[in-house]
Design a protein around this ligand. Sequence first.
Ligand code: ADP
Ligand code: MG
Length: 245
Amino acid sequence: MTTAMKEKLALLNLPGIREILDETIRGAITEELSYEAFFVTLLDHEYMLRKNSRVERLLKESKLPLQKTFGTFDFKRLAAKAIQKIKALDDGLFLDRKENILIFGNPGTGKTHLIAAIADAQIRKGRRLLFTTCSILVQNLLIAKRDLKLPALLKKLSRYDGLVIDDIRYVQQSREEIEILFTLLADRYEQGSILLTSNLPFSKWDQIFKDSMTTAAAIDRLVHHSVIIEINAGSYRTEAAKNKQ
Ligand code: ADP
Ligand code: MG
């Protein structure tokens, strides 16, 4: 490879081709590669490199908890119906359709693990998702509002295909906290998917949103286009502790 070639590949941001050009030329001569095969080798390598670095960047940006993936997820604990629903999400169409995923179950049943695994699988296909807990999200929204930057934050969040809101629950919410959470739900309605987990069934959501009007409006927006997964298994933590004994 000449210096001029090196410079041009760098300028065009083609590090993959730059990496393997010399050896591919040598290989093409000795193995008598066709022009097409030669080009495809270079193209595939560049593509792989880009794709991998994009996924790495997206994973880092997503703030997903480490190791909560399908690789470490035990499906045996779930009912067949839930498994079927989870498998159907794999194609990622729910993100294109701006559908929400709502996961319910008692504490320790694997809700956080499952929602993180669903998000992880989509990120590995190149989609943009952000993981956050409900309480951190509310705090960040309030800070943005205080600094008059709420529209900017909402816009930033709207760029994600999916927003994970883990563990929506009653956290001594003030009127302001409830309102801002509701603002976010309304803002995202039909604009982008929400992936949410909760220990509380809808029948107890007035504990989160306080008055019945707001509760009904919030549930209405979330449920309209949604996939609801209920995990009725026992607590994984308790069982893991029991199995150790
Ligand atoms: P929840 O969010 O419902 O309270 P978590 O997702 O935090 O429950 O699960 C509790 C612990 O048990 C975590 O360490 C999680 O990784 C593990 N766990 C739960 N369900 C499963 C499962 N089906 N397969 C593997 N690990 C699980
Ligand atoms: Mg959880």
